[in-house]
Write a protein that binds this ligand. Structure first.
Ligand code: G1P
Length: 289
């Protein structure tokens, strides 16, 4: 059984739901309290045992590369001013035993295409994918929950959440053969069906474990709406050769690609924040909304 050591972060999307902020800044660099979304995603991966972080970036996303690189001017300044805590904060963004790789996707051509850009770095191994705008707060990292299922079932594993059926047109929606508690054996998957055609209210959210067979399946996908190569279509094809599992993860997800989800995450993470929690809670109480 091969250990999962690599995670792919597709961060090449345009982030149009957050314009004008995302005109020149990547949506993945939006801060939740004091850390950008992409750093939460990297921390979840590292806490799950991942050793290699692979970022699929677009033309306007170089700042993500800078965020995960060293910053000699800043670090020297912090050393000179003896600001040890801040120095530690900056230097621990990439822990010592972790490697980062960056691949440029030359045009946004869908999630399937972005994941395929990692093929040569992933090689012939199972790997994880995290979509950073789905921020998940949980006891056990959501990715680790999926990895443990993969080690047991040796299959592709998708994170699932029960949604309101009226929102099915925002997600990949699955139908299942059978279920055991929170684990489902998936029968079909459709990208963003309308509420009246959706087969269930089980939506795929931004965490996946793939076996390397997914790459050949992505190569066969015909571009759909807007010429995008959907990962959902590759998963649907993979289902013919492999059993695929979905897991309703333990935790709470915030859709930080939407303004409301972003605000909700900001409030809940601030309420959990070591320095801010008490003062912020008191502030909210005084608002008497
Ligand atoms: C993508 C996937 C979709 C999945 C969603 C989770 O859609 O294509 O299947 O349900 O992420 O957030 P996007 O949000 O990029 O439109």
């Amino acid at each position: 059984m091969k250990k999962i050591k690599k995670v792919v972060f597709p961060v090449a999307g345009l982030g149009t739901r957050f314009l004008p902020t995302t005109k020149a800044s990547p949506k993945e660099m939006l801060p939740i309290v004091d850390k950008p979304l992409i750093q939460y995603a990297a921390e979840e991966a590292v806490a799950s045992g991942i050793k290699e972080l692979i970022f699929i970036i677009g033309r306007t996303k170089n700042v993500i590369m800078d965020h995960f690189d060293s910053a000699p001017e800043l670090e020297n300044e912090l050393i000179a001013k003896n600001k040890k805590n801040l120095l530690k904060l900056v230097q621990k963004i990439v822990p010592k035993n972790i490697d980062c790789f960056f691949v440029r996707q030359n045009k946004p051509s869908g999630l399937g295409h972005a994941i395929h850009c990692a093929k040569n770095i992933v090689n012939n191994e199972p790997f994880a994918v995290i979509l950073a705008d789905d921020l998940i707060m949980s006891q056990k990292p959501c990715l680790k929950q999926l990895m443990d299922i993969h080690y047991e079932k040796e299959s592709t594993v998708l994170a699932l959440e029960k949604i309101k059926k009226s929102e099915s047109n925002k997600y990949g929606i699955v139908e299942y053969h059978s279920k055991n508690k929170d684990l489902y054996r998936i029968k079909s998957i459709v990208e963003k069906p309308s509420p009246n055609t959706a087969k269930s209210n089980l939506a795929v959210v931004g965490r996946y474990i793939f076996t390397p067979e997914i790459f050949t399946k992505i190569e066969k996908v015909k571009p759909g709406n807007g010429k995008e190569i959907q990962i959902t279509d590759a998963i649907a094809d993979l289902m013919k050769n492999q059993s695929i599992h979905g897991h309703i993860f333990e935790g709470k997800r915030f859709d930080c690609g939407s303004k409301l989800g972003y605000l909700q995450a900001t409030i809940e993470y601030a309420l959990e924040h070591d320095e801010l929690s008490r003062k912020f809670r008191n502030y909210l109480k005084k608002l008497k909304i």
